[in-house]
Design a protein around this ligand. Structure first.
Ligand code: AMP
Ligand code: ZN
Length: 669
């Protein structure tokens, strides 16, 4: 056994080492030694402390999991109240916040730090002479609960500050405790195995865990703690929040790495919209972003209301899921005659709008969900516009819930319904089905097809009803008087509509091909076809083989095209369109519009001045093609911020990578 002074030195040395390695592992994510080596150090320290209990201090790493379960959590009055945050649900509200801030600062643009709004619960830590003395929950903001033994189990929270202990003899650090998604799943599986209820979400799991009486269980749950605020007596000795975050890191805290400096509210908004898309990729949950003025003197000047600071705001992401009841299952008929079951919902608010319909895709999907009419369901709105039913809550099923019976006849025309072998959809096979006609007309007129402004749902309904339109070509034969006589149609709007229809004759060939509504032929394929065949007549005559040879046209698409042009009624419509003088050949090329002719591009990451669609349009306007994956045929990869794996692939294949600026230069010169 080492002599007393040696033992004391040895204990000190071990503690320093263990603190260092905990920091490397839990805060920096950069372990320097193996777990076994780490456990060895810990064992040595425990042994020495057992021999010398008089030297055990509260900041010893052995004290992370120590002590007996508490009988209760003692109340702890906050030295400075822990306020809540004001919320913003729209970008408009963010702009209003910015206006209020700038009214005080007098700046034309304000600088903000934007942080992830970790979905956990906040904590306050009190350090005295560099040692963690109290860990407290927020409680009601005035009084919280002391959970020091539980806080100590969180390895990324320092028991002893790494620096500046002399500079800040007393300081308070605030932050958020949360549970990573992976840990949450594990904890829930375990609970289920023990016959306990699952936690509803990681936040509940973190809150439930931090308030447990037995720190040993807390330790097994692997909570995480990120710091975002520093309080010292008097004013904080920094000028900016950015400096505060840096100092917190120096002190040994984990600061969430995704904070960003934004130089205007517009930049903040762009940042918010980016994270709205990316947040699912994180291994922890965020329910929004917190926007804070960077200037601390400005924070002090703005002050706080009784509830929240005026210098910060929480931008809350729109809820993407909601729970509601299925009142009925309706069947819609699309332009290809496909019968799509649609849930008729008890109206519910979702992502800022009220929804009362959700798609169910097809019968198989209804079976997969186990959905019955009357069920309570979870609806979700992801990237797509139309919400979908994702889950049935069976425990809420009413007795009178009934099964959905797929219709044997078309609900619109009463015609025969047919489900082709191997397909999941039923189709109405009546060529004259008004539902099909209506949908075809709406598609034909849509913005991305012939772009006939003003030809909406209600109007099409009437035109079809009154038998003024029997196919899309009839649009070009519409008379002013016929249109003006329709409900809610004045002379003026009739004139506008006729004008719109008339000028759509000049739309480019690819738009016409897309507008025809051939199955599987989207905008992009239409462009490729127009470019490849050069005229509608050549496309009509193309064989399956010829079509399959076209870049990016597979056998399925080729077959759909051949089938479409083999239908006599379709050819009849096309002849009528020819008679009305539509563009069957590509418009003469504008001078210099083919700078990117024959070149293939792949986009990755977020561009600054263009959305994906706009960038695509830009490239295609110059004769280039945009593909979704990188191959040896790719001419250039255009990389924005946060590029994905496509960039690595480009590098591996030696495909040149260019910036947004370079792309614009190639097109516009
Ligand atoms: P709310 O609970 O919606 O009123 O939002 C306020 C809470 O957001 C605070 O009490 C914190 O627990 C939490 N929060 C999460 N991340 C942050 C952050 N980066 N900065 C400030 N508060 C945060
Ligand atoms: Zn029908």
């Amino acid at each position: 056994m080492p002599s007393k002074p040696d033992a004391k030195k040895q204990i000190q040395k071990l503690r320093d080492l263990i603190h260092h390695h905990e920091y490397q592992y839990y805060v920096l994510d950069q372990p320097e030694i193996s777990d076994a080596e780490f456990d060895g150090l810990m064992r040595q320290l425990k042994e020495l402390e057992r021999e010398h209990p008089e030297w055990v201090t509260p900041d010893s790493p052995t004290q992370r999991v120590g002590g007996e379960p508490a009988k209760q959590l003692p109340p702890f009055r906050h030295r400075v109240p822990m306020l809540s945050l004001d919320n913003a649900y729209t970008y408009e509200e963010l702009k209003e916040f910015d206006k209020r801030v700038r009214a005080v600062s007098g700046n034309e643009r304000e600088e903000y730090i934007v942080e992830h709004k970790l979905d956990g619960l906040s904590f306050a830590l009190h350090y005295e002479d560099g040692i963690l003395m109290h860990g407290v929950t927020r409680g009601d903001g005035v009084t919280g609960e002391e959970v020091t033994p539980n806080i100590k189990t969180i390895r990324s929270i320092p028991l002893r500050l790494k620096a500046f202990a002399e500079r800040f003899p007393r300081l308070e650090v605030r932050g958020e405790v949360f549970m990573a998604k992976g840990v949450f799943e594990k904890v829930n599986d375990e609970r289920e195995g023990n016959g306990e209820l699952r936690f509803a979400n990681p936040r509940n799991a973190a809150a439930g865990t931090l308030r447990m009486l037995d720190p040993k269980i807390v330790a097994s749950r692997k909570l995480e703690g990120n710091a975002y605020a520093l309080l010292v007596k008097g004013a904080v000795p920094f000028a900016t929040h950015a400096e505060t975050l840096k100092t917190l890191q120096h002190l040994g805290f984990k600061v969430n790495s995704h904070f960003a400096m934004c130089h205007s509210i517009d930049e903040v908004i762009r940042h918010c919209s980016e994270w709205e898309d990316k947040r699912d990729k994180l291994d922890y949950e965020i329910d929004g972003l917190v926007i804070k003025t960077n200037s601390i003197p400005l924070q002090n000047e703005l002050g706080a209301t009784a509830k929240f600071p005026r210098w910060a705001v929480a931008y809350k992401f729109p809820a993407r899921q909601a729970t509601t009841q299925v009142r009925d299952i309706l069947v819609q008929v699309g332009r290809t005659g496909a019968l799509t079951p649609v849930a008729d919902l008890e109206p519910v608010a979702l992502t800022g709008i009220t929804i009362s319909r959700a798609t169910l895709h097809n019968e198989d999907e209804i079976a997969r969900l186990g959905l019955r009419i009357g069920d309570t369901v979870v609806v979700e709105r992801g990237g797509e516009v139309i919400p979908k039913v994702v889950k049935v809550i069976e425990s809420k099923r009413p007795k009178e819930a009934r099964k959905f019976i797929p219709p044997k006849k078309c609900p619109v025309c009463g015609g025969e319904v047919y489900r082709p072998e191997g397909e999941v959809v039923r189709r109405c096979i009546n060529a004259a089905c008004p539902a099909k006609l209506k949908e075809s007309l709406l598609h034909f007129a849509s913005r991305r097809a012939m772009d006939i402004d003003g030809l909406g749902d209600v109007l099409v309904e009437q035109l079809v009803e009154k038998k003024l339109l029997r196919d899309v070509a009839d649009l070009y034969g519409l008379k002013m008087d016929d249109v003006a006589a329709l409900d809610r149609m004045g002379e003026k709007s009739a004139q506008n509509l006729i004008g719109e229809i008339d000028s759509s004759r000049k739309q480019e060939l690819w738009r016409l091909i897309f507008a025809l509504g051939i199955r599987f032929v989207g905008e992009r394929t239409a462009q490729i076809l127009a470019h490849h065949f050069g005229s509608l007549d050549r496309l009509i005559q193309a064989s399956q083989d010829e079509l399959e040879k076209v870049f990016e046209v597979g056998p399925k698409v080729a077959a759909a095209i051949v089938y479409f042009f083999a239908q006599p009624q379709n050819l009849k419509v096309i002849e009528k369109l020819r008679g009305h003088g539509l563009n069957f050949k590509p418009a003469a090329k504008k001078a210099g519009s083919a700078q990117l002719q024959g070149q293939q591009f792949v986009l990755t990451g977020t561009l600054k001045n263009y959305t994906r669609d706009e960038a695509k349009e830009l490239i295609e306007s110059a004769g280039g093609v945009v593909t979704s994956s990188v191959s040896k045929k790719t001419s250039y990869v255009v990389a924005g911020t946060d590029p994905g794996s496509k960039l690595d692939k480009a590098r591996t294949l030696g495909v040149p990578v260019i910036s947004e600026k370079e792309l614009v230069k190639m097109v516009k010169g």
